[in-house]
Design a binder for this molecule. Sequence first.
Ligand SMILES: [Zn+2]
Length: 285
Amino acid sequence: MSLDFDVFVVDPKPIPSTVPGFEDAVGPATWPPSTSTLISDDDGALLVDCLATEREGRKLAAWVKSHDREPGYVYITHPHADHFLGLPEILAAFPEARPVALAESIPAMEEQISPGYMQVWGGFFPGQLTSRPVAPAPLAGTTVPVGGSAATLIPVGTTDTGHSSVVHVPGLSLVVSGDAVYNQTHMWLRRSTPDSRASWARALDAVAALEADTLIAGHRNPRAADDDARRQIGECRRYLADFEAALERSSAPAELIDRMTTAYPGLANPYTLWVAAYDLFGTGT
Ligand SMILES: [Zn+2]
């Protein structure tokens, strides 16, 4: 069996800014750069997450086809629709593939594709989203086949949303982290609380305990040096701690933004930081 993996990457994409002053200070608002990972062996494949827009879904499907492996399953790591609105395009190309997620995460995924939420997502990506979104089906248990092999799903609780999970493939010393770990990209902390940030830190401990060498983050800076798991987990731990301290010392969004931007000048998607800052001080978005 030749177990292997490959990563499909999409660059940051423009979205309408809802944060005062962002475009003047930084430039166009963007959605973070995102990834989808194909894990395969000689007998088949598992696709992990499948992006947001119809165009991305189509390009991802063509990329999967180029690997000459049929994905038996598509696993969705967490209930954020930008990681599974591409599903109809994947299922159109691979009708046999079964979209699945941890049973506990399904209600939140169904909520994400309700008409109200789809209107919100459509505001980010006008005219670019499927009109027939699909939620995955609940998985019995915590493993999913990869051809003749298997991947283990690790529930990690609340990270940037509830019911998050990561995919562990011990044979590749690989973790596919969804949003539990970010690679050189501002972490989504809008609507976060001290409790949710503490939970995210515990999730990082749970991922670290897997002792994988390679980690593919759901949001990866195109300029990130590598996919080293320990570096990324360490950087995310530090980001959360620094954010907590900077939030404590700040009394307005601009102060928090300044502190974090000074500490993290090179991270992808500063818009994520601005959205969190204005939200947490109750002054916008
Ligand atoms: Zn995400």
